[in-house]
Write a protein that binds this ligand. Structure first.
Ligand code: TXA
Ligand code: MG
Length: 347
């Protein structure tokens, strides 16, 4: 690991001059950190196997976990895939640019390093202006995973990304806080329906306006390490702070009583705004109850804060699973390694 920490990582504002510098680095086969509307990504030329290898090295990412490819116009799509099914066209029209990644049959131009040997490739057309400008300035489709060290929460600010990548990459473009805060919705496109592999900002309810949606078992359930999964990313523990995270189901009074038993140094509670009163441990407010957008926006920052605070255990009130709440719950399940406590209400 030490050998690669030799960059003096620059954090530059998202102006035209910095974007031109980023584009030059990408064309020269280097990696660059950049903002999107979901999370920060670590980009490289998707056609350049050596450049793509630098992404895996900087993140410490397992080689069998494929990367998604970012485009900034529909014209960029056809060289990357072997076909564009009618349903994919409809979904693109409805949700691109935006936080949706479609898994499609790949073309021969996609190197194995990007697809991890699969016959498919994930394509995303981000809505972030900085992301789009960077893709257009480089003139390249950009392979980019989230810009965290493998296993850490995805970065939603340039500071998060610098924390993980300082010395490991030449540059990060700072576009401020990411609007959504959780990674894109990943769907496998079938002829007449889609399979949801990772929930995100384009919700099941939104997709259902276009076609039927099957939710993959891996969205809400742990998969065995040796299981054959639709999306390799499902296998890995994710988004985990050093602290042990537990999801707690039940009413607020039941939660408060439970926290009385758990209270000791290093224990924190992630609760909805306004529910901090009467808690015997420090609270990390998690957005208003029933406002899953707030929770999506704050989740990864809070998980990183847990590490800054030296938290040993964090108990989280289980959020609502509708809309983007399903994505919040999916990330929390992984942060908690599927640890859930169900509380009964007292008579
Ligand atoms: O919002 C996002 O999607 C961010 C920003 C930077 O665009 N990117 C991102 O990439 O979250 P990453 O690599 O951290 O997550 C991509 C997920 C992984 O779980 C991966 O396993 C899955 O998508 N994936 C990629 N290609 C796939 C494929 N061909 N088939 C199935 N799953 C795939
Ligand atoms: Mg990731």
């Amino acid at each position: 690991m030490k050998a690669m920490e030799n960059w003096n990582t620059k954090v530059l504002p998202s102006d035209d001059e910095s974007i031109a510098q980023a584009a030059a680095l990408l064309q020269a086969g280097e990696v660059v950190g950049f903002p999107t509307e979901t999370v920060y990504g670590l980009a490289a030329n998707a056609y350049d196997t050596k450049a793509v290898a630098k992404i895996f090295k900087a993140k410490g990412r397992p080689q069998d976990n494929p990367l998604i490819v970012h485009i900034a116009s529909l014209d960029m799509l056809s060289p990357l895939v072997s076909e564009v099914p009618e349903l994919a066209k409809k979904l693109a029209k409805a949700f691109w640019p935006g936080p949706m990644t479609m898994i499609l049959p790949k073309s021969d131009r996609i190197p194995d390093a990007v697809s991890a040997g699969l016959s498919t490739v994930g394509i995303r057309y981000p809505s972030s202006e900085t992301a789009r400008k960077m893709i257009l300035a480089s003139g390249l489709p950009l392979a980019a995973p989230s810009g965290n060290l493998s296993g850490h929460p995805s970065p939603t600010t340039a500071a998060h990304m610098l924390h993980d990548m300082n010395g490991r990459i030449p540059m990060i473009i700072d576009g401020g806080e990411c609007e959504v805060g959780l990674e894109s919705t990943v769907i496998l496109v079938k002829p007449d329906r889609v399979r949801l592999l990772r929930p995100g900002g384009i919700t099941v309810e939104m997709l259902e306006e276009i076609c039927p949606v099957e939710v993959d078992n891996g969205v809400l359930h742990a998969v065995a390490p040796d299981a054959k999964v639709a999306s390799p990313g499902m296998k890995y523990r994710h988004y985990a702070p050093v602290a042990e995270v537990t999801i707690v189901e039940g009413s607020l009074p039941a939660f408060d009583r439970y926290m009385q038993q758990q209270a000791r140094d290093g224990v924190y509670a992630m609760v909805f705004d306004g529910d901090e009163k009467g808690l015997p441990v420090p609270a990390l407010p998690f957005g208003k109850e029933g406002h899953p957008e707030d929770q999506a926006y704050r989740l990864f920052d809070l998980l990183r804060k847990c590490d800054d605070l030296g938290a040993k255990k964090v108990f989280v009130r289980s959020p609502d699973q509708s809309g983007i709440g399903l994505a919040v719950y999916n990330r929390l399940l992984r942060a908690a390694a599927f640890r859930i406590v169900k509380l009964e209400d007292e008579e």
